[in-house]
Design a protein around this ligand. Sequence first.
Ligand code: G1P
Length: 295
Amino acid sequence: MKNRITKAVFPVAGLGTRFLPATKSIPKELLPLVDRPLVQYAVDEAREAGIESFLFVSARGKTAMADYFDKHPSLEQRLATDGKDDLLEKLKNSNIASGDIAYVRQGEPLGLGHAVACARQFVDHDEYFAVILPDDVIKGSPGCLRQMVDAWHERPANYVGTMQVAPENIPSYGILDVESEEGRTIKARGLVEKPNIADAPSNNAVIGRYLLSPKIMQRLVVTNPGFGGEIQLTDAINAEASSPEGVYGYRFDAQRYDCGSMAGFLKATIDFGLNRPELHDDLMNYLRKVVEKAE
Ligand code: G1P
């Protein structure tokens, strides 16, 4: 097995119905937090973790995403001529070089596990790969995936990003059955997708960052539909828990925003806005006034 992780799969086939009507013509992953699309945060986090090849599992109606990552020569030329170097730099940083990016389509919405399996030709049989769900925006330094890759170097195994959630939120997540804990890592006896609160083995939830053995791809191909009648990534990872490598949760040190929900998206917009020095004071004064009025 290679001792590097260089490939990442980004499942981006979802319809984004929670953001309709905006998502009628704009893929959810291109909705901006301040001035950068959600998917850009995921790509930057992956790059920081050493990812060199990016595979998007997309779907009908989402071609705007492929355009987004393309080089835009005429616009670059225009900004260069106008001396807008800052903007030019931003624009160039959003490109992914041809050859480092690939797209496959998920023909039918059969579940996250099925979406990841659509990338199977892209994953080498001797290399672990990453999966990133761009809806989960994670702000950290170093980034969440970098932290997980560092843990993987210490002990190669399957890893899922994890954090503790309030009991009422358990049914929205994959949940870890904890065997033991050591520092930030949790050895999992198994994983269960979206259990009822009463049946949940813990409140350690899977967040959308994964480092997976290529064996997961073979498992996914034979995984039966699970929760919601969909082929679940969680179920394939669960099947690996008893393998020699095993499955670990990694409690990342970073702030996670659930940008798949409207409230999470708005919270992230506020925080990322406040984080920008040129916006901070204006936005903060405004927020203070809003809060005063509400009290
Ligand atoms: C997916 C996974 C789930 C995980 C979650 C993290 O669920 O199936 O195991 O906990 O992402 O965001 P979804 O949010 O797509 O329903």
